[in-house]
Design a protein around this ligand. Sequence first.
Ligand SMILES: Nc1ncnc2c1ncn2[C@@H]1O[C@H](COP(=O)(O)OP(=O)(O)O)[C@@H](O)[C@H]1O
Ligand SMILES: [Mg+2]
Length: 57
Amino acid sequence: MIVAIASQKGGVAKTTSTIALGGLLADEGSCLVIDFDPQKNLSTGLGVKIQKGQLTA
Ligand SMILES: Nc1ncnc2c1ncn2[C@@H]1O[C@H](COP(=O)(O)OP(=O)(O)O)[C@@H](O)[C@H]1O
Ligand SMILES: [Mg+2]
């Protein structure tokens, strides 16, 4: 199953929903979440530490 959560509008709970849905799916098996947002809130929200210069735009 592939799920995309997308909206041009900010602050509508895309990241929050992704973290919650990813957690639920991971409880049932395995789940890959992909963070395409340069703000990287999904990554930091999941506790991924990103060093300065590690990402390219
Ligand atoms: N169900 C909810 N109830 C209240 N606040 C929420 C809910 N879901 C998200 N938020 C808050 O709304 C804000 C924006 O959520 P976020 O997931 O970062 O939006 P987006 O990724 O679409 O920009 C955050 O401060 C988040 O804590
Ligand atoms: Mg977001």
